[in-house]
Design a binder for this molecule. Sequence first.
Ligand code: 6PG
Length: 246
Amino acid sequence: MRIFFDGTLEASSRRCASHLVEKAGEAIRDRGCFSLVLSGGSTPGSLYALLTKEPYRAAVDWRRTHVFWGDERCLPPDHTDSNYRLARESLLDHIPVPPEQVHPMPGDVEPEEGARQYEAIIRDFFCSRSRREPCCFDLILLGLGADGHTASLFPGDKVLEERQKLVVAVTPPPNVRPSVSRLTLTLPLFNKGRNICFLVSGRDKEQAVAAVLRGGTESKTLPGAMIRPTGDCYWFLSECGSRLAE
Ligand code: 6PG
């Protein structure tokens, strides 16, 4: 695990973008394509915008990139709260990823059916490639909520114990907005990732970041602390790391 602190989200997004470029190059060199899982929420918006500009835009072979999502709100793809819409408007509309290589989560069908459909999409993608490690994404972006949730894996949810399915439907806690069902990849799938990148910003996240990164009993119930990939895990932090120094 490596942890980077920057003074602003812009700076940590630049650092994360450089890391993504490096990992994309390695994936395409070693396996012929780059499987990227995007995160939701608002924080990644600045990273997505950076990736549409030089030097990052030309540094990734987008035509050999496949884009997936780690979670999605069960809403139409053009809804203002859709993770797909944020990524489409701030990234996908501005880079040459072939449309057939963009794999949005089906947020506009019955959630359990959406989870089944997306699991089939993921399995088909990896089975169509002679991959040594099935269902192993090259780079997974994640955020962290102030309650320690990541993707749509919320503290205390029974889906945290799921060990077979790759994608599940969840009902978020009542205080989480938007208050709609979600689709999320499961812990076993996240933890197969070659490279996990947490991009976290904001003072409201300080306590959760400190709890997750310090470990200990407090972290045992936090989904963010359950992300322990067999691959690398990088944290790109801004405005939320001061408690770690205590
Ligand atoms: C979602 C996200 C969620 C998000 C965190 C941080 O769909 O809401 O996947 O896990 O990453 O809640 O959200 P912000 O970046 O908006 O603070």
